[in-house]
Design a protein around this ligand. Structure first.
Ligand code: FES
Length: 135
């Protein structure tokens, strides 16, 4: 899937303009995101936290395939939230269904950091999937 609901027409968020580091907690795995290498995988918006995670074999549950139609890809942005564009109304609507919601909560498939600073995200415990699917 490509990161957008095929039944909802809206522009894709801008991709990052500079390299930055993206860290996933609690695994404490850091990857360097290079805008020239996007996309790293096929699910979620191009350059989204989910897309980058899957491309580096970091599994985040994503029941709808990354098209903003569920809340299973919920992550908490611990650092670098300022580099993430504001959530759309559709993202906020889906997030409302996520357990453990915080002010820093985002959908990994819809959140595309702009590369202006490094980003740290926490994958909630209920969302850690021990089985990794190939993409
Ligand atoms: S995977 Fe369904 S909203 Fe992100």
């Amino acid at each position: 899937m490509g990161g957008t609901n095929p039944y909802v027409k809206r522009p894709a968020p801008p991709t990052p303009t500079a390299k930055y580091k993206l860290t996933f907690l609690p695994a404490n795995v850091t990857v360097e995101v290079d805008p020239a290498k996007l996309p790293y995988s096929r699910d979620g918006q191009k350059g989204s936290i989910l897309e980058i995670a899957l491309g580096h074999k970091i599994e985040i549950d994503h029941a709808c395939g990354g098209v903003c139609a569920c809340s299973t890809c919920h992550v908490i942005v611990r650092q670098g939230l300022a580099s993430c564009p504001e959530a759309t109304e559709d993202e906020d609507d889906q997030l409302d269904n996520a357990p453990g919601l915080t002010p820093q909560s985002r959908l990994a498939c819809q959140t595309v950091p702009n590369g202006s600073c490094d980003v740290v995200v926490e994958v909630p415990g209920w969302n850690r999937n021990l089985v990794s699917e190939e993409h």
